[in-house]
Design a protein around this ligand. Structure first.
Ligand code: UD1
Length: 375
């Protein structure tokens, strides 16, 4: 029988981490022929290349090289270029991942050509349309044909939105598959980083090791695009760093904003606040495992910390990943609450995971490949 041709469409950092564990499983069987398309939404070595290297992801068969731009520009460019790919490749299915601009754009181009769309990580809802990702999720789910959810909450949200139940498959979490499979390699990766405030490097040594530092990652427009808010946040982080060292691998967007607002100078005044280059997957995972807590606005890190049972303080008013709050080690907080929450953690009273979410077991890629053969 002719193999089913499936385009796997990715574009941004969290997409790469998710498909990293799927690609080797797809390569092992003959029923499916995958074609990997990178939209080029993320293109720098720190945002894209080092994830492909760290995670041994095969080089994309096609790169649309759309680059950065306003949401409308980026989305429009991807739709236009991905449509051509679909016309040339004539896939049986397009598999889109997560909630980034590449997800919704590729789904839209494909479905208008009558190609069936599978949305992995379907059904997550924050019910906050001020975040572009929420719009991407709603639109992608409104037009997809098959829905692979990562947790029961995704399935329940879709059923509430009248998606036929036979189109929804709760298969688990690929991000956790990648974490499980990469843990040994991550643990043997050296923790040595370039600091942004000087030419020094930071080597994590015995003083830092084993639950003696916090990690900060921030990149959401709500947290990093306003000068006043970002300055106050940095001052709060500076105060916290006097109690426990903070390591802050900085996203390109945040770095640009901090440079524009001269905030790197302010950060330098806190000797235990270490702003470092954006990290690849292996270094970051190693750093994460050894950390005492994480302050973040990332979606993926809310899931990874729940798996690892590391206290996670999420600087957002809501989350589409409710399960990490309901059963995991994640807490939603405001910048004003940060100091109090850190004090609780330092007193040995952090929020702990109550239960591991179903199918966050490292075997999701297997289940997805089996399901792909059935639909
Ligand atoms: C995107 C996703 C977000 C995800 C995040 C992970 C959307 C709407 N947002 O946000 O959900 O959590 O990726 O990182 O899809 N830039 C570079 N080099 C790059 C990529 C970006 O310099 O390789 C700069 C550009 O100035 C760009 C800015 O970073 O304008 C933001 O990049 P963009 O892809 O628009 O959004 P992210 O903030 O990365």
């Amino acid at each position: 029988m002719k193999p089913k041709k499936i385009i796997i469409a990715v574009g941004a950092r969290p997409n790469f981490i998710k498909i990293a564990s799927l690609m080797p499983h797809l390569a092992k069987q003959k029923a499916i022929k995958p074609v990997l398309v990178h939209t080029g939404q993320h293109y720098d070595i720190t945002m894209s290349g080092q994830f492909f290297n760290d995670l041994n992801i095969p080089l994309p068969d096609i790169n649309l090289e759309v680059g950065s731009g306003s949401h409308a520009t980026q989305t429009a460019k991807i739709i236009e270029r991905f449509e051509k790919v679909c016309i040339n490749e004539k896939p049986d299915f397009v598999f889109v991942v997560g909630d980034v601009n590449s997800t919704v754009s590729c789904a839209l181009a494909a479905i208008k050509l009558g190609i069936k769309v599978i949305h992995y990580e379907a059904g997550l809802r924050s019910y906050d349309k001020s975040m572009p990702e929420e719009i991407n999720r709603i639109v992608t789910d409104a037009i997809s044909d098959f829905f692979f959810t990562t947790a029961e909450e995704g399935t329940e949200n879709l059923i509430r939105e009248k998606v036929p139940v036979e189109k929804i498959f709760m298969l688990g979490n690929l991000m956790i598959d990648t974490l499980v499979s990469q843990l040994p390699k991550a643990m043997s990766t050296k923790l040595e980083f370039q600091l942004y405030d000087s030419l020094r490097t930071l080597s994590i040594n015995a003083d830092f090791y084993e639950k003696n530092y916090g990690i900060v990652t921030l990149h959401r427009p709500n947290n990093v695009d306003s000068k006043e808010y970002l300055t106050n946040l940095l001052l709060t982080l500076g105060e916290i760093s006097k109690k426990t060292p903070l390591i802050f691998p900085i996203h390109i967007r945040t770095l640009k904003n901090m440079k524009d607002c001269n905030l790197l100078e302010l950060a330098k005044t806190f000797s235990n606040l270490f702003i470092i280059e954006a990290l690849g997957y292996l270094q970051f995972s190693h750093l994460l495992i050894k950390s005492l807590f994480v302050i973040t606005d990332s979606g993926g890190i809310q899931e990874e910390t729940t798996y690892l049972d590391i206290p996670c303080l999420t600087l957002r008013p809501n989350t589409e990943r409710q399960i990490t709050v309901l059963t995991g080690s994640n807490k939603l907080i405001t910048a004003e609450e940060l100091q109090t929450e850190i004090d609780l953690i330092l007193k040995g009273l952090p929020k702990r995971r109550k239960e591991m979410p179903k199918f966050w077991d490292g075997k999701t890629a297997n289940r997805i490949v089996q399901q792909l053969q059935l639909i």
